[in-house]
Write a protein that binds this ligand. Structure first.
Ligand code: PMP
Length: 341
């Protein structure tokens, strides 16, 4: 293996891991791209890398500059990792409902954190609007300039996956991939990966897995961005509108996944396969199982293992929290978890 010159070069090139039980259950080969193995431990390191390096190329970032972003956490961590390796500072706006572990990690990575109330996008004080306004205000006083990363509108976010995730999946499977499925936060992963894979082979089925309470299922299933009823404990995913990034995705089908179905998969992967993963990965793997059943035995399906369960010890792996959400808790988790609500 080659030597990386810095942490930025170590982003990506993640392994594909065969998910045994999902594969056995469906007669397909279901593969998970191990994005939790990135330096900042999530799929969003790729977006952080591309958004910063492309801004540098355009001359939008100068040494000592400030990177501002609104994020559920993982994009902020990815940006903070890349920014610190390049000599920039980061200021992150995060809804206060996001996990403590992600907030702690952001501070540890050197980001300045501003926690704001979790409000719907339609509210002018939603974190994404506050982030934009704050970036504009800081532009006047920051001597070395401000980059507002703006992941929902920034096409470099999807470019990261068009230039890295897609090609890696194609090469790792020797082009023998029949389906790709993942959930949507900004849609960067789905848009960039789908565009690359479709360019290689139009016949690959691309699908979106959506939790309850968001608009991607209706958008890709029926062409209208209408939210489904309900809600979800998953973090980092769920989009309620069409954005410039998601508009570029090439999607054939969609699956609506309930939290009960997703967390069952997450607990089984930890109990039987040694994989400790976050809630959005549960939506993805449950979606991959549904897609596999639809395509029939013998197919190869790839999905994304977005981040580590470590980031959700206080929620997904906390029996008291799960009970408070009326979600099932396996007996073994009661014994293993030390965290109280
Ligand atoms: N899973 C997690 C845990 C995330 O934080 C994110 C990004 N917000 C995603 C999935 C979705 O990634 P994308 O923004 O590329 O749609």
């Amino acid at each position: 293996m080659k030597i990386n010159n810095d942490v930025i070069e170590a982003i990506g090139h993640t392994p594909l891991i065969k998910l045994k039980r999902a594969s056995e259950e469906t007669g397909c080969t279901i593969l998970g791209k191990a994005e939790f193995m990135n330096p900042g431990q999530s799929v969003k390191d790729r977006a952080g890398k591309w958004m910063i390096l492309e801004a540098e190329k355009r001359g939008d970032l100068k040494p000592g500059g400030l990177v501002v972003e609104a994020t559920a956490g993982n994009t902020g961590i990815g940006l903070a990792v890349v920014a610190s390796a390049r000599g920039y500072r980061t200021l992150i706006l995060i809804p206060e409902t996001q996990s403590q572990e992600k907030k702690d990690m952001l501070r540890l990575c050197g980001a300045e954190l501003v926690e704001v109330p979790a409000l719907p996008y339609s509210n002018p004080n939603n974190y994404q609007h506050v982030g934009k306004r704050l970036a504009e205000r800081l532009r006047k006083s920051e001597p070395n300039g401000v980059l507002f990363a703006d992941q929902w509108n920034n096409l470099d976010n999807a470019k990261a996956h068009y230039e890295s995730t897609g090609p890696e999946i194609w090469e790792q499977t020797n082009g023998k991939v029949d389906g790709f499925i993942c959930s949507v936060g900004t849609g960067g992963t789905l848009a960039g990966t789908s565009r690359y894979l479709k360019e290689k082979n139009k016949g690959i089925t691309i699908a979106c897995a959506d939790p309850h309470g968001f608009a991607m299922y209706e958008l890709f299933k029926h062409g209208v961005a209408k939210s489904t009823p309900g809600d979800s404990i998953t973090e980092g995913i769920g989009l309620g509108r069409v954005t410039p990034v998601i508009e570029t995705a090439e999607v054939d089908d969609a699956f609506l996944i309930a939290d009960e179905e997703a967390v069952k998969v997450i607990y089984e992967l930890l109990e039987h396969e040694g994989l400790c993963l976050g809630g959005s990965t549960g939506i993805n793997v449950a979606g991959a199982i549904r897609l596999a059943k639809q395509l029939g035995p013998g197919h190869t399906i790839v999905t994304i293992l977005c981040d580590s369960g470590n980031r959700y010890q206080s929620k997904l792996f906390n029996p008291a929290f799960m009970r408070s959400k009326n979600l099932p808790v396996p007996e073994w988790l009661e014994k293993r978890s030390k965290i109280e609500l």
